[in-house]
Design a protein around this ligand. Sequence first.
Ligand SMILES: NC(=O)c1ccc[n+]([C@@H]2O[C@H](COP(=O)([O-])OP(=O)(O)OC[C@H]3O[C@@H](n4cnc5c(N)ncnc54)[C@H](O)[C@@H]3O)[C@@H](O)[C@H]2O)c1
Length: 438
Amino acid sequence: MEDLGQAIRGKKAKVAVIGLGYVGLPVACSFARAGFQVLGVERDETRAAQIGAGICPIGGREPGLAELLNEVIEGGRLQVTTDSSECRDAEVALIAVETPVDSVSKKPSYEALRAALRDLGPNLGPGCLLVIESTIAPQTMERIVKPLLEETSGLKADEDFHLAYCPERVMPGKLLANLRTCNRVIGGMSPAAAGLARELYRHIVEADLDTTDALTAELVKTTENAYRDVQIAFANEIALLCENVGADVYQVRRLVNKSPYRDMHVPGAGVGGHCTPKDPWLLVHGTEGKLQPKLIPTARGINDGMPLHVAALAEEGLAEAGRPVKGAKVAVLGYSYLENTSDARNSPTVPLVERLQALQATVVIHDPHFAEYSIDLEEAVTGSDCVVIMVAHDEYRNVDLTDLRAWVATPVLIDGRNIFDKATARELGFVYKGVGNR
Ligand SMILES: NC(=O)c1ccc[n+]([C@@H]2O[C@H](COP(=O)([O-])OP(=O)(O)OC[C@H]3O[C@@H](n4cnc5c(N)ncnc54)[C@H](O)[C@@H]3O)[C@@H](O)[C@H]2O)c1
């Protein structure tokens, strides 16, 4: 362990990063920039080849990442492989693979995590440090990660190798900046493992590195995302109540937040991304016992219902304009789950479009960050009977409502992200309905 500590301090330890997605790629690049020799292991061959050629596979606006990737590949600091046996001589291994939940049971689906552990186990050398970065349910380190690694490596955690959990707090659009500036929690399966992981992350993180035990760290990560989901659900419920009485939720929110210690979140057309819709379920699953949680599943239900509510607003707006939804052309603006990114995982646009299609509307999707949806905005909207804003991409924020009015056949505007002024839209003749402001 003393050797590993020295190797980490001197940046001599070889670092392997398993899974080069939204998390693993910037992590691998950051350690390479810090001066470590890094091996990226990515099972998707196309993605691995692209990254190995210095081409960033992450679209949207991701400041500095493409340039950094190119720099560390050119400089030979980051190498990429699909073959996990190449991790043999790594002294540090970080796992950043996806950890979704089953779409029906909502239980964790650890296929990628188990595969990564099984592949890594036989290549784990004595004295090395293994860190899980993926978000996992509480007790997963103890119940799954440790036994699977011990079984496949023949080594004993704490005695022969060190095991820690260090969840990520990055968001697409700010990956490198978040990695550098967000506080991190490090949960060690032993205090020694936590200490080593802390020394490692000190090379790339400029913020607090709080060490604790693995269970606490698992609870911290899933709780912080469940907290966000519940807060958004609260804002969404207030939005729906404001609609009931003809009030503007954004006015209400602004004034509520002038009261001390209040921080009402922003309501909207739904919650997406790889993390927020599933991490509350990981928390629920990992803490199963006598008490059945009520608030967290209810919040999930409210947020999942928002895209369907947007579809209902479109139907209502079309009816007010004298146009049945059946056969109407609906232009849906935004396919990603977050503005100015190309991350469409769990995008609320998908259930919205399914609902509109079930109502027999003709749907055109537009999104500048996806090749298949990046037709000219005017072309996408021209002749439509209803325009639905699902994502607040800058391109939509900058649309002139007078132009939009000229392009559409029937002026119905459904604003799921509060990017247009209701009064201006109505002056131009739109039937305008916003989430929480119709
Ligand atoms: N995306 C985010 O903003 C974010 C933020 C915080 C935490 N997280 C968590 O981090 C983890 C990773 O998320 P992500 O968004 O980077 O996922 P991702 O799907 O973008 O990346 C995962 C990558 O791992 C690869 N992979 C899967 N199994 C593998 C294996 N056995 N060997 C090698 N490569 C393998 C996949 O091909 C993929 O490229 C998840 O647990 C997620 O909840 C994500």
